[in-house]
Each structure stands twice: as C-alpha cells, then as structure tokens.
Design a protein around this ligand. Structure first.
Ligand SMILES: [Zn+2]
Length: 235
C-alpha cells in the first residue's frame, strides 16, 4: 500500500474516531438514565412522605384512644354519682343526669373519630406499601439501564481503543511532510482533505472528475487535486 493510501486510511480512522467520541456524549441512554433517575428520586420522596403521614396517624390514634379512655372514666364517675343514692337534691340529680348524657354523647363522637382515624391508618398503610413497591421497581429499572448503558459505552470505547492503535501504526508509515500537509488541510475540509474516485466523481464534493486527471492519477508519485474542491485525490 502506498504512503498516500495509508494516509487515506488514517483519515478514515480519524473521522470514525471523531464520530464515535461525539456519539458517546450524545448517547440516548444518558438522557433516559437522567429521566429515570429523577423519577426514582420522586418515588423515594413519595414513599418517605407516606411513611411520615402513617407515623403521624399512629400518634393521632394514640391521642384519641387516651382521650376516649378519659371520657369513659368521667362518664363512669358521673353514672356512679347519679346512682349512689347519697341524698342529692332533685336539682343536683338533674344536673348529674345532664352531665352524664353529655359525656355519653362525647364518648360516641370520640369513638366515631377513632374509627375513622383507624380507617385512615389502613389506607395510609396501603399507600406506603404501594409507594415502596413503585420505588423499588423504578430502582431496579434504573440499575438495569445503568448496566445496559455501561455495556454500550464499553463497546464504543473498545472500538475507539482499536482505532487508536491502528492510527498509531499507520502514522509510523507516513512521512512527516505528508502528515503535516494533511493536518494543515483538515480544518478546511471538515476532516477529510483526501478523496477517492467513486464512479468518476470526487468522494469529497461529488463532482465529476476530468478524464485527464483520472489518467494522471494512475501515474506513480503524481499529485492530483480535485479541480472543484481542491482535495487531494488518492488512487
Ligand atoms: Zn472534489
């Protein structure tokens, strides 16, 4: 293979390397991972929130229970007084009767409140369970995606390493002068200052090449440039 052909090969390798490095940064798995990561964080927060609510509800139930016990005790006391037969006046008895009745109503109200609070606790327990399941499912999905993403990135990196080795080998086989010219021309031609002939067209600009140039290209050590774009043509 001629030096120029090696240089062309080098150019193609560098183009692929650049495109791989760009694709690594723009992998869809990154955006997907970020989105799932945010969803997982939200689910974790929702789970913690539900747990806090459940704790608060348990404390509330405890308070209601104590309160109910207190009312029950007061009512028992009022009843005992009412039936103690300790010579109360009829007015006193009437007052005691009213108090006992009021305490009874209060007790029923508190019982209802306690029942409702316990129902709320059951619902919250379910909410906590569902929130935990949701969070764990998302976390598993996130780990799976991370694994797949790592494998994808690794396979690209392997290809990059392989290409870098090939580039190193090729560079040793090309003169400094030719490499220097190629490096200087790269920015002007978006990375490919060398072109092939493809169906009599310059592979760089796709414009047809004159027959004269084609035959000159066949001569060894000739320097032929595309008349349209100025790229050096490689046989
Ligand atoms: Zn051209």
């Amino acid at each position: 293979m001629s030096e120029l052909q090696n240089l062309y090969k080098l150019q193609q390798i560098e183009l692929e390397l650049e495109s791989l490095q760009k694709s690594i940064k723009e992998l869809p798995v990154f955006a997907e991972f970020k989105k799932l990561q945010a969803e997982t964080a939200d689910a974790k927060e929702a789970w913690a929130w539900a747990r806090t609510k459940l704790d608060e509800q348990a404390k509330r139930i405890k308070r209601l229970e104590l309160d109910l016990l207190q009312t029950e005790a007061e009512q028992r006391q009022a009843q005992a007084q009412l039936f103690s037969d300790s010579g109360q006046t009829s007015k006193e008895l009437e007052q005691l009767g009213r108090r006992s009745h009021a305490l009874d109503c209060e007790r029923r109200e508190k019982e209802d409140m306690l029942l409702m609070a316990m129902e709320g606790q059951e619902n919250l327990t379910q909410t906590v369970q569902q929130a935990e399941e949701h969070y764990r499912a998302l976390r598993a999905k996130l780990r799976q995606l991370q694994k797949a993403g790592n494998a994808e990135i690794q396979s690209i990196k392997n290809r990059v390493n392989d290409l870098e080795l090939q580039r190193e080998q090729l560079q040793k086989q090309i003169s400094e002068a030719l490499l220097g010219e190629y490096r200087r021309q790269r920015p002007r031609y978006k990375g490919n200052p060398l072109a092939h002939l493809e169906n009599d067209c310059c592979s760089g600009c796709r414009v047809i090449v004159f027959t004269g140039l084609k035959s000159r290209l066949k001569q060894p050590d000739s320097k032929v440039y595309c008349e349209n774009c100025g790229r050096r043509l490689v046989p």
